[in-house]
Write a protein of this length. Structure first.
Length: 483
């Protein structure tokens, strides 16, 4: 059987309930309501893991094409169902995932991590900051935060913990491993806040903001980076300290960590040709994404074109082969499910349902007598903490972002300000649980931290980050002239 019966039955029941039982509300077209039924069913299937997310996406595309909810003409309905496959942001994130394979293949990601630990790892706190810096350094070109936090940084963290005999199987996780695991995870989350290209849901946020504002608000890579870098770095600086006091490691001095890192670097030897090539491509991508050529010479290079350039350079230089690209299943999977979810969200907007939901929420908040500031704060908190019931950031963004952002605009919030607040909330919500984002189950699965400790740390970090972005962040965005 290609699906899990119980979650599949629940998703189907929700779809049929909305489609056939719940009356179409006044002000909503039947087609919009029926698309909502399909959408809710697909999201429920993703949350319940009835099938892999890519398979659920294919099912969603098929149902939109067959039911004709977007267009009565069969051929046009099929075109609508496939329309998002020409979306440049979707291709940007998919191709960037393929490029990130080069960090693993060449060993450059590991080298960066061990190099930082060799420099700053004499104390446990220094090791924590080294892990955070390693995640931050490779964040711009690793849209899979699971690959970055789970496949690159986590093995480094685990090897250091084990070198100090901090092993969950021996009951010695408190020596150093518990603390380093939490830093490993929360650094991964904060990096997701800083770069559009650090996690898959971020470009979806960009797309939904543009749709909601009729393309008046365009969050480019550089705009996002400038907005998030100051509050993000403050959060990154405070995070290891906060976790150090929450879960103090038994071992405070770690001279062996620097020795281990130096030994690993010695084993790796001098930088090989492919590592140097990967580093050069990495720098080129950062310069182009940040818009440096445009600032210096007035030459603008599109962000997606930049990403394709990066992959082309990887292929031309031999850093990656086409077989490597084909084997990067997560990239092709991301392109498929990203296209399906963006397509459904776009047509929910075009058919007027998102506007109707936004108006309904705006009306409810208005009846509470709240101004836009308090109303938007309430919307942001509801959106963020709803992530306790989501196991996918993408599913959460697709299901809720458009309506909540639209409601904030209807309340009178400055479009750019509220876009940045909601973008920050999208990153912060990933810190909450051991299933909140892809890197969480990988790091949690090493058993250094129990569930109660994980959830406590996640909630405390979410409050800290809300305070940072809600004060310093908003002031910084004012300085930048973003609102």
């Amino acid at each position: 059987m290609g699906f899990k019966p119980i979650p599949a039955a629940a998703a189907l029941a929700l779809t049929l309930l909305i489609w056939f039982v719940i009356p179409v509300p006044q002000g909503v077209s039947p087609d919009a309501w029926h698309l909502l039924a399909l959408f809710v069913g697909i999201i429920a299937g993703i949350i319940g893991k009835a099938m892999p997310i890519g398979a659920m996406a294919i099912l969603g595309i098929t149902l939109v094409a067959l039911t004709g909810v977007t267009n009565e003409k069969a051929a046009d309905a099929t075109k609508d169902a496939l329309s998002s496959l020409n979306n440049s942001l979707i291709w940007m994130i998919g191709i960037a995932i393929i490029i990130s394979r080069g960090l693993l293949k060449t060993g450059l990601g590991m080298r960066i991590g061990y190099l930082l630990i060799s420099l700053f790892g004499k104390r446990t706190l220094g090791v924590g900051y080294s892990l955070a810096l390693a995640d931050l350094a490779i964040g711009p070109v690793t849209p899979s935060n699971t690959a970055r936090g789970g496949a690159i940084v986590h093995p480094i963290m685990k090897s250091i913990a084990l070198s100090f005999d901090s092993d969950p199987e021996k009951g010695t996780e408190g020596k150093i491993g518990k603390y380093l695991s939490l830093v490993n995870f929360h650094a991964n989350v904060i990096t997701c806040l800083i770069f559009i290209t650090a996690t898959a849901p971020n470009p979806l946020v960009v797309e939904l903001v543009a749709k909601a504002t009729n393309s008046q608000i365009q969050l480019s890579w550089g705009t996002w980076f400038l907005a998030m870098i100051v509050p993000g770095l403050i959060a990154m600086l405070l995070m290891p300290l906060v976790l150090y006091f929450l879960y103090p490691p038994e071992i405070k001095q770690t001279p062996d960590a620097t020795a281990l890192a130096k030994e690993k670097l010695k084993e790796m030897g001098a930088m090989k040709r492919d590592e140097k090539m990967m580093l050069g491509i990495f720098v080129i991508l950062l310069l182009l994404w940040a818009g440096i050529p445009e600032m210096l010479a007035g030459v603008r290079v599109d962000a997606t074109a930049t990403t394709f350039l990066g992959l082309s350079l990887c292929l031309l230089s031999g850093v990656l082969t086409w077989d490597d690209a084909l084997k990067e299943k997560s990239a092709w999977d991301t392109i498929v499910w990203f296209a399906a979810l963006v397509m459904m969200a776009n047509f929910l907007n075009k058919l007027g349902l998102i506007g109707w939901l936004s108006d309904s929420m705006q009306s409810g908040i208005a009846h509470m007598g709240l101004g836009w500031e308090a109303g938007c704060a309430l919307l942001m908190l509801a959106y963020l903490y709803a992530h306790y019931v989501f196991a996918s950031g993408t599913a959460h963004v697709t299901a809720m972002f458009g309506a909540f952002y639209g409601a904030g605009l209807a309340l009178g919030a400055p479009p750019m300000l509220f876009a940045l607040i909601m973008a920050a909330a999208t990153g912060i919500m990933m810190s909450l649980t051991h299933y909140a984002t892809g890197s969480a189950p990988v790091i949690y699965g090493s058993n250094y931290v129990n569930m109660t400790e994980w959830w406590k740390a996640g909630f405390i970090m979410s409050v800290l980050e809300i305070l940072i972005f809600g004060t310093i962040g908003i002031l910084w965005w004012k300085v930048l002239g973003y609102w």
